[in-house]
Ligand binder design. Structure first.
Ligand code: CA
Length: 226
């Protein structure tokens, strides 16, 4: 079992790492939220342990970003704070469990074992729009039975379009939900990614599913009256 620990305090990180290694887990440590996000999206982990207070990008932002690109590994959030509001925000952002520092190491290990037993979060039902099917558990997309190869970002974008089918989605909304807070929605990255995705999803198909509404944004729908 491979675990990613995102913790900026060296003493705490080394204490947790040692304890986990004694239990035979393989542990990678990232000292910033940015590194943590990079590790978690580059390598496979069975569990991510995420400190809430991190320099730069905090635990909540990292958690949201990881969920928005479809990372399914369970996330255990650690924090020195214990107010209900933080707890709710942590769980809302996609964390599976929450532990307040200081904690007893035995309790920490019990939570780790429970999350590892649970495995990747959920096995959500596939999303379906017309003959387009997105299986979130296996991260596979198919149109009219043909497999579509997607990058992580394209997958996140397609999942968001499908979840919000029929809704007009502005670039600002796409930026926030697919790229994360702070992303510059004025750059042309969104247009380029939508265009790549459309090429993969709609090209050569009878019905167009991803429609551009000039000045408003994009909408995913089956009818072709755009
Ligand atoms: Ca910290």
């Amino acid at each position: 079992m491979r675990i990613l620990l995102v913790e900026d305090e060296p003493k705490v990180a080394s204490f947790i790492r040692k304890g986990l290694e004694e239990e035979s887990y393989v542990v990678d440590v990232a000292a910033t939220g940015v590194d943590g996000e990079l590790f978690a999206t580059t390598y496979h982990y069975d569990l991510v342990i995420l400190d809430l207070m991190l320099p730069g990008k905090d635990g909540i932002q990292v958690c949201r970003a990881l969920r928005s690109v479809g990372m399914g590994a369970p996330i255990l959030m650690l924090t020195a704070r214990s107010t209900m509001a933080d707890k709710v925000t942590g769980l809302d952002s996609g964390a599976d469990d929450y532990l307040t520092k200081p904690f007893a190491f035995e309790e920490f290990l019990a939570r780790v074992r429970a999350l590892l037993r649970r495995g990747p979060s959920g096995d959500p039902a596939p999303l379906v729009v017309g003959d387009l099917v997105l299986e979130r558990s296996t991260r596979r997309a198919r149109r009219a039975g043909g497999e579509i190869a997607l990058t992580n970002r394209e997958f996140a974008l397609l999942e968001f379009f499908m979840r919000r089918r029929g809704e007009v989605l502005s670039r600002a909304v796409l930026a926030e939900h697919v790229w994360g807070l702070g992303f510059d929605s004025e750059s042309n990255v969104i247009e380029v990614t939508v265009s790549h995705l459309r090429g993969k999803v709609d090209k050569g198909q009878g019905k167009q599913l991803i429609h551009t509404l000039r000045g408003a944004g994009y909408v995913m729908r089956e009818d072709a009256d755009s």
